[in-house]
Design a protein around this ligand. Structure first.
Ligand SMILES: Cc1ncc(COP(=O)(O)O)c(C=O)c1O
Length: 240
């Protein structure tokens, strides 16, 4: 569609490192730009920050300039520039979006562990899939055969046959010492979008219904098989 209408495509791949689609890594598909998040709860992290990838040298150049005050680094490249080393030029109204060196040093080492982290997450997800199989729970979608899922989150939905609400379920999990979360609260419920665009839940029945039944179970790389068992028994208890 983008090609037909000559549009640029930027992929929000916040959750998707490392993930594949038809055998290709996300970030190598046909879009103009792909953006990954390295926020604290992502598969790899730099605390805050992320990564932009592109094949387009013009976009890469623009991103480098805009990420740090619109400064053109070529102006003070110490090998090629004729200008003195203190010299720089602001060539655009840029931002302060640079990753700090401290965060980057963490990222370099996290990146090396990305595949191992993904495998550990996939292991935990498989344990959940098996242990929750006979419960009235809609499991998260799987990746296609042969593809890799990052398993950033393990999102379940309570089946309609479950008599309690999602909130009651989460309370029962908390009471057993298991923290759960909800990913995500739909935009139409957030005051800014709700009030600015006069949005109501009735306008988004599918999103609303899924939101009301959805929650995320704990999933992090240091979880042990016994931790997973503990979560599963809490789920069973909460469903009683
Ligand atoms: C789909 C999606 N896009 C973007 C973001 C934002 O990422 P960041 O916190 O690195 O800006 C998130 C955060 O979880 C996300 O889930």
């Amino acid at each position: 569609m983008a090609k037909k209408h000559d549009l640029r495509v930027m992929e929000d791949a916040a959750h998707s490192l490392p993930t594949t689609c038809s055998g290709k890594m996300i970030g190598t598909l046909d879009s103009d730009v792909t953006v990954f998040s390295f926020y604290a709860n992502k598969t790899i992290t730099t605390g805050e920050g992320g990564m932009l990838v592109t094949r387009d040298p013009e976009i890469a150049k623009r991103a480098r300039v805009m990420r740090l005050h619109g400064i053109n680094r070529d102006a003070f490249d110490r090998f090629t520039a004729k200008a003195p080393s203190w010299y720089y030029e602001i060539v655009a109204p840029g931002f302060k979006y640079n990753m700090t060196d401290i965060a980057a040093s963490m990222g370099i080492h996290q990146l090396k562990k990305a595949n191992a982290f993904q495998q550990k997450r996939a292991h935990i997800a498989a344990l959940y899939d098996e242990a929750l199989a006979d419960l009235p729970i809609v499991k998260p979608p799987q990746s296609a055969e042969g593809d890799i899922h990052s398993w950033h989150l393990y999102v379940i939905q309570l089946d309609d046959s479950v008599a309690i609400t999602r909130d009651q379920f989460v309370e029962r999990m908390f009471a057993q010492g298991i923290g759960c979360s909800v990913h995500y609260i739909p935009l139409h419920l957030h005051p800014y979008w709700r009030d600015t665009y006069k949005l109501t839940p009735e306008m988004f029945p599918v999103s609303q219904r899924i939101y009301e039944r959805t929650l995320s179970l704990p999933l992090y790389t240091r979880m042990t098989d016994d931790d997973v068992k503990r979560v599963v028994s809490a789920v069973k208890e909460a469903l009683k």
